[in-house]
Each structure stands twice: as structure tokens, then as C-alpha cells.
Ligand binder design. Structure first.
Ligand code: ATP
Ligand code: MG
Length: 554
């Protein structure tokens, strides 16, 4: 096995060893989002890992909201998160939990820690707490309240709960080691006073447990075997284990395993930045197809299976890195490739008049929806008429070396039709090309003057085609590794609307949510929104060309 494969499997290795040594009877994981934003593709990686591993080992995965912070949470987020996890294809059955469900138990555990001398109430104000904490190079200093008797701390803790003190006046902290090289172990806070109502527990609590304290206990209460989290919690693991150990939590205790979070090039996943993009109207909302949120990817047209495929392919690593957007694009293409019909659309139409084709004459050309296996999806007919549209970009007045498509004096092959030879270019007053004149023949005249065989281009009858609006999405940021300076880094062309686009007639019956490959252009989905009378299609992903080439060809 190569090193890479080993890395990909390091979580499985842990699980295998634990099962082998009978540390656990079966695998129990959880997905623990904080309900303070929409899920993004990074979260999808965690969802796929947690639910995926549980499924793989015949275990279970809980859905748990980490709702310890009463002020930041919102019902809208809870609903969207549940919806997104379901959409991704995962099922927590009846195991939907909230950390706030455990507040009573957490409180009892805190009293237990106080009584056994493992925790104390501290009266230091926040600035002193910071000062006493020390730094990576400087040891911390013991709080003057550290040696308070358990009885006194217990009394104060109960009075904190009863609301006798103000926020910041007192807090409960673990009694570990102010000289620890790990700052998380320097008597970390366990509970703080927060006089805020909670969306689930209402006014019941005036003190709230801290994340680190809550997380390990929630895992333990639920019988989680493997608590999979991102790398920034590696330094918190000693505290995770400490709490359970000092509470004498029965074995087997959950094992925390960290993996590198997903960073995707040309986008950002910080919730704060995403919120800023939405709030400042840089995008149209949480589901704007340019965002990396799952709601956005769904509205863009990505399938849940393509996201699962992407997460599986990128694997898990122990070191932070950036993943190229091409990985996601490729997973989307690979997923859609065998599922969708191939049809023709012209996004930026240029009219071609076929001079040797009689006015009014129409010919129906049979065309398979899935050319690689024509019988798989059947046939439709495309209509050939005297006036057709081709893609403006498939014509060059002065073609350079590597341009092989239509140009004056050159020939191109119409997909499913014959060969057109361009012999005249009509321009308007501004010099813009507005029409080509061509002749059509069944057979090619042979090689073009550049020595190449005529290229195949897509096209549509001018008369027998449908007007449509097509939205082309590009990267949201110009830089592969954006830092979040929106003014300089946002791509001004991240959305281009083709409002003059044309579609073949077979698309008249397309339903919102239906996906197609527009030949040579990419994969597209019809959306439910309309542009006046016109249907709108989103481009989900371009074809193999990659972003750069598509951008050039727009
Ligand atoms: P916050 O900064 O608000 O904590 P978060 O992105 O960590 O944001 P959570 O709601 O705490 O959000 O995340 C839920 C789970 O998803 C956590 O287990 C977290 O580790 C994981 N997760 C979050 N972002 C990523 C990412 N980019 N890649 C992989 N996993 C992630
Ligand atoms: Mg978090």
C-alpha cells in the first residue's frame, strides 16, 4: 500500500484496530454542526465521513446540533442543515440530538468535578484571565482562586446558576496545570455566565457550558466510539480525554480522531465570510450557485451523488491542503455523464443563411440522445432550415494557427447534418458580424485550407428553436487561495447571463430540475425561475476543457 493510500485510510485503521481489540462492540459516529450558518462542501466531507464510516462498518451515526452558544443560533439554520444532510443522502433515523438536551447532565458532571477538586470557580476578570494564562513561551500563573475549597466553589457555582452574578464576574474552570505546554490545559473554562435565552431551553439556564467540555461529554453520553473532527482540535484532545477521565466515565470512552479540513481553491468556507458575501449582496443569497454551500451547489444543479463521489475521491489527510476545483468538476461530470441526454443549445447565436436551401423547406434529422449508445435513450429529430444559428465563437474572421472551426472559405460539419461552407460575411454598420452566408452539401469538399478536416459544430434552426436564458457560472474568486478581501478578490464575471440563447425543441418539455448535456458546452439544469416567458438553464459544469478554456470561449 502506498503512503497515500495509508493516509487515506488512517481513520479506518484506527477503527479496525479498535474493533479488533474489542475496545468497542460497534462503530458509532456523529455529525455535530453548530447551527450558526449553512452547510458547505467542507461540512459535506465531514458528513460523508461520519455517516459513511458508520454505514461501512454496520454502525450508526447521530445527527447532533452543537448548540451551546445561545446567542448565535437560529432555527433557520437548524432546518437548512437537516435538509442538506438528508439531501446528501444520509439518514439519522430517530437519532436527532442537541447538546442542549444534555445541559442537566453536564451540570451534574460539573458539580462532580468541583467536589472532587478538579474544577473551581474563578473570579478573575477577562483581562486578568488572559494575562495569567501566559503564552506559548511563557508559563501561566495560578489564579488566586485556584485553592478555593470545593465547598466554596460549589456554593458559588450554584449561585452562578441562580443568577446572582453578572456575566464575566465569575466562571468555572478546570484545575489542570497552568504550566502546561498546551495552552488548552491551562485551567480552561468549563462554564460561563450568559444571561441569554436559548432557542431550546428558553430561560432555564443563566450559565452555559463551553464547547470543549460539552463535546466530549455529549459524545460519551451518546456512546460515540469515534469522534471525528478537524485538525484544529488536535490540541484539544488532551482536554477531551481529561474531562472523561476525571469523571471516571466508564470505558469504552470515545476516541477523538482528527483529519484535515477541506479547502477548495477559488472559494472560501469560513462561515463569517460566507455571511459577509450574502449580507453585502455580493451574491443573491445562501443558495446562490456561486457559493460553496450545499444549498448553492444544489441550486446550481449538482447531484448529491457527485458530491459524495468528490468526498470519497479526495480522501482524508492529516495535513491541511487546498483541493483544486477541477476535482469537484470532474466528479460532477463523471456522475452525470451516463445519466443525461445530449442535446443542442446555442448560447451566443450567430445567424447563418444557407443559400442553396430553399426558403420554407424543413428537414427532420434523426439524432440520438446518447450517441455512444444510441438505443439507450432513443432519438429525437432536429430541424434543418435555411436559416440556422451557430455559436458565435465557432467562427473567426481571421483564424489563427490553432483555430480549426468555421472561417471565410472554410468548411465545418453540422452535428447530425451536412457540411457548410462559408463564403460571405455580413457586418452591420458598427462592423460587428451579424450573419454568415454559406452553402450546404452532403459531402465534404475535403480538407480545409489549413490542412485540417472540417470540425464538427453544434447549431440550431433559427425558426425551430426556443429562446432561453442560460446562466454561466465561473469561479467566485480570482485567486486560487483567497484571503477574503472581497473588493480585490471577487471575480466580476462570476455570473454571465446569455439572454439570447436558443435551445432545441425537444427541451420544450424539460422540467425544472432536469439535467442535460448541451453538446460541447457542458452540463446544464433547468431551474424553476423564468426570464419573462423564457426558461432559464444553469450551467452546472463545463466539459473537460476546464475553466480557463471555457472562459476564453465564452
Ligand atoms: P465554526 O467556525 O463556526 O466552528 P465550523 O466550520 O467548524 O465552523 P461546525 O458547524 O462546527 O462548523 O462544523 C460541523 C462539523 O463539520 C465539525 O465536525 C467540523 O469539524 C466539520 N467541518 C467544518 N468545516 C469543515 C471543512 N472545511 N472540512 C471538513 N470538515 C469540516
Ligand atoms: Mg466548529
Amino acid at each position: 500500500m502506498s503512503n497515500d493510500e495509508k493516509l487515506k485510510n488512517f481513520i479506518r485503521n484506527f477503527i479496525d484496530i479498535d474493533l479488533e481489540q474489542k475496545r468497542y462492540g460497534f462503530v458509532m459516529t456523529r455529525f455535530p454542526p453548530e447551527p450558526n450558518g449553512y452547510l458547505h462542501i467542507g461540512h459535506a466531507k465531514s458528513v460523508c465521513l461520519n455517516f459513511g464510516l458508520a454505514a461501512e462498518y454496520g454502525g450508526r451515526c447521530n445527527m447532533r446540533f452543537d448548540d451551546t452558544n445561545p446567542v448565535k443560533e437560529d432555527l433557520e439554520y437548524v432546518e437548512s442543515i437537516l435538509n442538506d444532510v438528508k439531501w446528501l443522502g444520509f439518514d439519522w433515523q430517530d437519532r436527532l440530538y442537541y447538546a442542549s438536551d444534555y445541559f442537566d447532565q453536564l451540570y451534574e458532571c460539573a458539580e462532580k468535578l468541583i467536589l472532587s477538586g478538579q474544577a473551581y470557580v474563578c473570579d478573575l476578570p477577562p483581562d486578568k484571565v488572559r494575562e495569567y494564562r501566559g503564552t506559548l513561551t511563557k508559563k501561566g500563573i495560578d489564579s488566586p482562586y485556584r485553592e478555593r475549597s470545593p465547598q466554596e466553589s460549589l456554593d458559588l457555582f450554584r449561585r452562578m446558576r441562580a443568577g446572582e452574578f453578572e456575566e464575566g464576574e465569575k466562571f468555572l474552570r478546570a484545575k489542570i496545570d497552568m504550566a502546561s505546554p498546551n495552552l488548552n490545559m491551562r485551567d480552561p473554562a468549563l462554564y460561563r455566565i450568559k444571561k441569554a435565552a436559548h432557542h431550546r431551553t428558553g430561560d432555564k439556564w443563566l450559565i452555559y457550558p463551553m464547547y470543549d467540555y460539552t463535546h466530549c461529554l455529549s459524545d460519551a453520553i451518546e456512546g460515540v466510539s469515534h469522534s471525528i473532527c478537524t485538525l484544529e482540535f488536535e490540541d484539544h484532545r488532551p482536554l477531551y480525554d481529561w474531562v472523561l477521565e476525571k469523571l471516571d466515565w466508564p470505558e469504552p470512552r470515545p476516541r477523538q480522531i482528527e483529519f484535515a479540513r477541506l479547502n477548495l481553491e477559488y472559494t472560501l468556507m469560513s462561515k463569517r465570510k460566507l455571511l459577509e458575501l450574502v449580507k453585502e449582496n455580493h451574491v443573491r443569497g445562501w443558495d446562490d450557485p456561486r457559493l460553496p454551500t450545499l444549498a448553492a451547489l444544489r441550486s446550481r444543479g449538482l447531484t448529491p451523488s457527485s458530491i459524495r463521489l468528490f468526498c470519497e475521491r479526495i480522501g482524508v489527510a492529516k495535513k491541511d491542503s487546498w483541493i483544486e476545483m477541477d476535482w469537484l468538476d470532474k466528479a460532477v461530470r463523471d456522475d452525470l455523464n451516463s445519466q443525461v441526454k445530449r442535446v443542442m443549445a446555442v448560447l451566443d447565436p450567430l445567424k447563418v443563411v444557407i443559400e442553396n436551401w430553399p426558403e420554407g423547406q424543413e428537414k427532420a434529422l434523426p439524432a440520438p440522445f446518447f450517441p455512444d449508445e444510441p438505443e439507450k435513450m432513443g432519438y429525437r429529430e432536429v430541424s434543418l432550415t435555411r436559416e440556422i444559428f451557430i455559436e458565435r465563437d465557432d467562427f473567426r474572421l481571421e483564424p489563427d494557427q490553432d483555430f480549426f472551426r468555421l472561417a471565410p472559405g472554410r468548411e465545418a460539419r453540422l452535428r447530425w447534418g451536412g457540411f457548410i461552407h462559408c463564403h460571405e460575411v455580413v457586418t452591420d454598420e458598427s462592423g460587428q458580424i451579424c450573419e454568415l452566408r454559406a452553402t450546404l452539401s452532403e459531402r465534404s469538399r475535403g480538407l480545409n485550407p489549413n490542412g485540417k478536416r472540417p470540425a464538427i459544430i453544434h447549431w440550431l434552426s433559427a425558426k425551430n428553436s426556443l429562446p432561453a436564458t442560460v446562466r454561466l457560472y465561473d469561479r467566485l474568486f480570482l485567486k486560487p487561495k483567497p484571503t477574503g478581501h472581497l473588493e480585490e478578490e471577487l471575480n466580476p464575471d462570476s455570473l454571465i447571463e446569455r439572454r439570447q440563447a436558443r435551445l432545441e425543441l425537444s427541451l420544450a418539455e424539460a422540467q425544472p430540475g432536469q439535467r442535460f448535456q448541451f453538446e460541447r458546452l457542458g452540463y446544464f439544469m433547468k431551474i424553476s425561475e423564468k426570464d419573462g416567458q423564457k426558461p432559464i438553464f444553469n450551467r452546472i459544469v463545463s466539459l473537460k476543457d476546464g475553466w480557463a478554456k471555457m472562459a476564453k470561449n465564452r
